[in-house]
Design a protein around this ligand. Structure first.
Ligand SMILES: *Cc1c(COP(=O)(O)O)cnc(C)c1O
Length: 463
């Protein structure tokens, strides 16, 4: 299995190489040269299996000979052993024909643990084979950072640096990043917003001399291995509601488009998905793009669902590449337009193609609050603001096939918003009860590439 860049001008890589590389050298994102298809029998045979067994069957065709079957099974087992629920991704019913897929039972209480715990295991195993040392740098609007730190803390061949927007993550999110005491963990509070963090990260990857000197590796949601890990729960959820004999739809609270793009891959693999519903908060570039055909940035407005506060949605490039019939040169041109003018027009054919698979909707701050309150009143479930965005938008798209809304974080990660909406303050699970007593360790950094690079060189002993 070979991996190709969405901009068509980077070397083809193996799965292991694409995982270590993250962003391609032409600025593009890696995708498999072709997407393996599972037959209806293969999907039907997943009924009743453990999450780990389904994970192996779904991901195995993508990893080539990076790991043997036994190695890969071992890594999957370790990745999910620390989850607080035996089903890993359990489903609850919310309303007639509307279901909630709970993706917040991992160590940092958000869905990003599904991908990060596995990528941590896979990178460690690959580094152990090669004897190399790498520097992970990630940008986060909150949940990626804590998930990455949790996955890499204490690993001997890895330094992990996480950039988060100063003052724009919740206290639980910040403490999950700043309280681990291992010396290979570096939490950096950047003076700027999430898009600034993401832009500086991209700059580092495009600075090849720096990239090579520190062995830079990315674990942001553009990393293909992360997308792949997220494909699995689309299968477990759909199969438990009757796939492949019955179709389902998914509503996905969306920021960087990684989670919902995993659903797109599941559909391409043969899972009968009717619609993938993009749910955005007031940072609604994706909803506007799908409706109008104009992908146009207009700044970031901080919201009560901060993990979706984005201006540009990195993984959308992958969907665009597919919708353009894998025309990397055109993707490169559109991305260039975006960089220079802040917008681009989605070609008409590609737009129709996207609309055949994706629907979309937007949820205001007031609607988010009202949805949290209403779901508690109607279904006795306390949900986080991101999940509420998903539920609100999903309700506009209910039909005859079951709708599954992804619950992307535990309500206790966003206690202020949940309390404001319901009067109830959700408590942390017992294993995290002392989070507010632990000592914090964080470095404030300017929004400046040179300053960031010299800090990383110094901390990794290379200055
Ligand atoms: C990251 C995140 C999202 C958005 O996921 P994308 O893959 O970036 O679209 C939604 N909800 C929560 C809680 C998150 O942490």
């Amino acid at each position: 299995m070979k991996y190709v860049s969405t901009r068509g001008a980077a070397p083809e890589l193996t799965f292991g190489e694409a995982m270590m590389t993250g962003l391609a050298r032409d600025g593009g994102l890696y995708l498999p040269a072709s997407i393996p298809v599972l037959g209806a029998d293969d999907i039907a045979a997943m009924a009743g299996l453990t999450y780990e067994e389904v994970a192996f069957r779904v991901m195995r065709p993508f990893i080539g000979d990076t790991f043997t079957d036994d190695e890969f099974k071992g890594l999957i087992a370790k990745a999910y052993a620390g989850f607080g629920h035996i089903a890993r991704a359990p489903i609850k019913q919310l309303a007639p024909n509307h279901f909630l897929l709970e993706l917040f039972h991992g160590p940092t209480l958000a869905f990003k643990d599904f991908a990060m715990q596995l990528i941590g295991q896979m990178m460690q195993a690959a580094l152990a084979k090669s004897g190399k040392r790498i520097t992970i740098v990630g940008a986060t609007s909150g949940d990626t950072g804590s998930a990455a730190i949790e996955a890499f803390r204490g690993l001997s061949n890895v330094d992990v640096f996480i950039l988060f927007p100063h003052g724009r993550v919740s206290e639980v999110q910040r403490r999950q990043m700043t309280t681990p005491s291992e010396s290979n963990v570096h939490a950096l509070a950047l003076d700027g917003d999430f898009d600034d963090c993401q832009a500086r990260l991209k700059d580092m990857f495009n600075h090849f001399e720096f990239r090579d000197s520190v062995g830079l590796a990315g674990v942001n949601s553009i990393n293909w291995a992360r997308v792949l890990a997220q494909v699995v729960y689309y299968f477990t959820a759909a199969v438990s509601l009757g796939a492949p004999h019955r179709k389902v739809s998914f509503a996905v609270p969306t920021g960087n488009f990684g989670d919902i793009f995993a659903g797109f891959i599941a559909q391409k693999m043969g899972l009968p998905i009717e619609k993938l519903v993009i749910a955005t908060n007031q940072n609604d570039i994706l909803d506007r793009a799908l409706r109008s055909g104009d992908y146009a940035t207009n700044g970031v407005k901080p919201s009560i669902s901060p993990s979706m506060d984005i201006q540009v949605s990195s993984n959308f490039e992958r969907a665009l590449f597919e919708a353009l019939g894998r025309d990397g040169a055109t993707v490169a041109k559109l991305m260039d337009d975006l960089k220079t003018t802040g917008n681009f027009r989605i070609p008409q054919g590609a737009l129709e193609d996207l609309r055949a698979t994706f629907a979309s909707g937007r949820c205001s701050e007031e609607e988010t609050q009202a949805t949290i309150a209403r779901v508690l009143a109607q279904s006795a479930e306390l949900i986080c603001p991101h999940s509420a965005v998903g539920v609100h938008v999903a309700e506009d798209h209910l039909g005859t096939v079951p709708m599954i809304t992804l619950a992307t974080a535990h309500p206790a990660k966003f206690p202020d918003a949940v309390e404001q909406a319901t009067g109830l303050r959700p408590g942390l699970p017992p294993r995290m009860a002392d989070l507010f007593d632990r000592e914090e360790r964080v470095t404030r950094v300017p929004n400046d590439l040179a300053a960031l690079e010299s800090l990383i060189l110094e901390r990794t002993g290379r200055a």
